[in-house]
Design a protein. Structure first.
Ligand code: KIV
Ligand code: ZN
Length: 514
């Protein structure tokens, strides 16, 4: 039987902690549900000691998600470990993941600890974690730039202290595939007891080698890969889950290992993450990009017509990309919509269906044909419409090219307390004017950081999607809007940002009072 590789997903920890990818509690739960449906082995849900929000998210995920092991990250500091133990205690299966840097650069310049002190911290942390949890992972941060003999000593000590997984991260994305293979093979032969625990790889993508390095680690004996959807993570990101899983599966003849992930969920999971974080996936991204299975050049199309194998090494269906674009319309009922969503890889919860149906009907009223991509955009963005306290009732925008008039926007917002408020703003362009009008209505100061737009589906009545990032009171938020009118989509995205900021401020006030 071939070796089984554990897929450890860190989208919600390493991914979420990187700039531009923060998620609300509700969004983290949605991503965690999708990861569980996809059958990853471990979900690293967060870093509980980092903030109260992180702690609550890990606790909520541990309480709800069944199937995968739920891991929480902590430094080797006792109060970090205790907080993590509390956060994951309600999980069906939990893991404490503790780490300390082992490389000379980190020991001398960051930790200011001797090699022996580092080992002592690591051992104490693993023992404390093991006193509460049978599943303990130890990571030697910057393991790749650590002296080999010393790294082997650290790993032996933590295994003797009770670690059940040892992770050797390439924290700064410095390694090469040959080095990875060599190091993992050497550790496998050198460290006493390593054959009884999981040996894990965690690669960053600074040189674009994270996937190649992770695969090389597997060839060298790693039994766990740490990775993230769409490759998100610190700086240039982590090893992309969809790429590494499809490489192992497509080239099973070469790697000779198995993974338990349901690959038909990859495309929908990637799209969901892109929508909730407001970061589009590049068209040419391997496995999940729009072009990943598109064949444009005449010679390629000719080959594909003769046989798919000429230019296709994977069938799109294996990653959840469907050939057919079933078209729904205003007469399509709840059953057809839920059924189609299911075929596309989205298991809708009962409370989601009503909101999604409402948005679907609104869209079908203005758009004759609702494509799969429209339905997907509604599903992945549905949280926008559920979020108060403000909602958009009416919007009118004046634009200008070479004229005298100033671009302006008038809008009416309804508040969940039943009141409405109308204001007009002006600015350099329509989006700027909407920002001013929103500020006047809601009393929030918005500093726009970025705006990305794209068209979803086909035809004159295609929907536009807007992803925006903005700062309110020094905190960065993302917003997502969807409409057949692209300016209205921007207004929706900005409104989501304002609503998030207001809800966040309310939450902080409540926590302080308590
Ligand atoms: O990159 C890294 O070293 C990490 C560890 C905490 C696992 O993310
Ligand atoms: Zn990392």
């Amino acid at each position: 039987m071939s070796r089984r590789i554990q897929i450890f997903d860190t989208t919600l920890r390493d991914g979420e902690q990187s700039p531009g990818f923060s998620m609300s509690l509700g969004q983290k739960l949605r991503v965690a549900r999708v990861l569980a449906d996809m059958k990853v082995d471990i979900i690293e849900a967060g870093f509980p000691a980092a903030s109260p929000g992180d702690y609550e998210a890990v606790r909520a995920i541990a309480g709800e998600i069944r199937g995968p092991i739920i891991a929480g990250l902590c430094r080797t500091i006792p109060r970090d470990i205790e907080r993590t133990i509390e956060a994951v205690e309600s999980a069906e299966n939990s893991r404490i993941h503790t780490f300390i840097a082992t490389s000379p650069i980190h020991r001398d310049l960051k930790l200011k600890m001797s090699p022996d002190e580092v080992i002592q911290h690591a051992v104490n942390a693993v023992k404390l974690a093991r006193s509460a949890c049978d599943d303990v992972e130890f990571s030697a941060e910057d393991g790749i730039r650590t002296e080999r003999e010393y790294l082997a000593e650290v790993l032996q000590a933590v295994i003797e202290a009770g670690a059940t997984t040892v992770n050797i991260p390439d924290t700064v994305g410095y390694s090469t595939p040959t080095e990875m293979y060599d190091l993992f093979s050497w550790l496998g032969k050198t460290v006493p007891g390593i054959e009884n625990v999981h040996m894990s790889t965690h690669c960053h993508n600074d040189l674009g080698l994270a996937v190649a390095n992770s695969l090389a680690a597997v060839e060298g004996g790693a039994t766990q890969i740490e990775c993230a959807l769409n490759g998100i993570g610190e700086r240039a990101g982590n090893c992309a889950l969809e790429e590494v899983v499809m490489a192992l599966r497509t080239r099973a003849d070469h790697y000779g290992v198995e993974v338990g992930v349901d690959t038909t969920r990859l495309a929908s999971a990637s799209h969901l993450l892109a929508a909730v974080t407001g970061n589009f996936v590049p068209r040419n991204k391997a496995i999940v990009g729009e072009n990943a299975f598109a064949h444009e050049a005449g010679i390629h199309q000719h080959g594909m017509l003769a046989s798919r194998e000429t230019y296709e090494i994977m069938e799109p269906e294996t990653v959840g990309v469907k050939d057919s674009q079933l078209i729904l319309g205003k007469h399509s009922g709840r059953h057809a919509v839920v059924d189609r969503a299911k075929q596309m890889g989205y298991e809708l919860e009962d409370d989601e269906v009503e909101l999604i149906m409402k948005r679907f009907k609104d869209l079908a009223d203005v758009k004759k044909r609702v494509f799969d991509s429209d339905l997907e955009a509604i599903i992945t963005g549905y949280e926008t419409s559920t979020m108060g306290p403000w909602s958009l009732n009416w919007l009118s925008v004046v634009s200008r090219v070479n004229g005298e008039s100033t671009p302006s926007a008038s809008l009416t917002l309804a508040h969940e307390d039943g009141t409405t408020s109308t204001h007009t703003g002006d600015g350099d362009g329509p989006v700027d004017a909407i920002v001013e009008a929103l500020e006047l209505v809601t009393g929030t100061k918005i500093e726009v950081l970025s705006l990305a737009m794209r068209s979803i589906s086909l035809g004159e009545d295609a929907q536009g999607e807007a992803n925006m990032r903005a700062k309110v009171d020094g905190i960065e938020y993302s917003g997502h809007g969807l409409s057949t009118d692209i300016v209205a989509a921007c207004a929706e995205a900005l409104l989501e940002i304002v609503n998030r900021a207001i809800r966040n401020a309310d939450q902080v006030r409540q926590t302080n009072v308590a």
